[in-house]
Design a protein around this ligand. Sequence first.
Ligand SMILES: C[S@@+](CC[C@H](N)C(=O)[O-])C[C@H]1O[C@@H](n2cnc3c(N)ncnc32)[C@H](O)[C@@H]1O
Length: 175
Amino acid sequence: MTDEMLVLANENKRRAGVENVEFLKGEIEHIPLPDDSVDVIISNCVINLSADKDRVLSEALRVLKPGGRFAVSDVVIRGEMPAEIRQSVLLWVGCVAGALEENEYRSKLASAGFEKIEIEPTRIYRMEDAREFLSGQNIDVDAIAPQVDGKFMSAFVRAVKPQRKEPCCGPTCCQ
Ligand SMILES: C[S@@+](CC[C@H](N)C(=O)[O-])C[C@H]1O[C@@H](n2cnc3c(N)ncnc32)[C@H](O)[C@@H]1O
């Protein structure tokens, strides 16, 4: 999305001596790739930053080939999250305030057209993690930390774009 990240990515590519990689500048709400062109979408801690997740998921579905896989790592909320957390700019930057609640994530993936949806927690954040995360900021840590205990997690989010259904061609092929 930014020139600075592209410079960094290209520098990492050069250092790794990798040649079969190309970076495209763009936003996940408008992926600069054609329909049905991608085998797998990977991403780490980016989708939660988008203000239009429905658009991100429908773009993901559009560019994937039928049978293609969505396999990202994201921050996901479990249950209700207090409004003051969501409103905190600090936490937005830290990937928390914009994160989807897990059932909402499943429902948005299904609405976009995905199937085989799985959310697998990789780390569930506890009160002590929240304290560490929030300390030194202009935030009432003692009030907020207990409210977020166990409520946000890093997770693998997986889903598959359905295969295209063949049109009915005769008396037996639809059975
Ligand atoms: C938390 S960093 C994660 C970076 C990297 N994936 C990693 O794991 O280190 C979020 C990245 O997402 C990018 N980003 C944020 N919103 C985006 C959007 N709408 N489209 C594309 N990239 C975006 C930011 O520029 C930043 O590089």
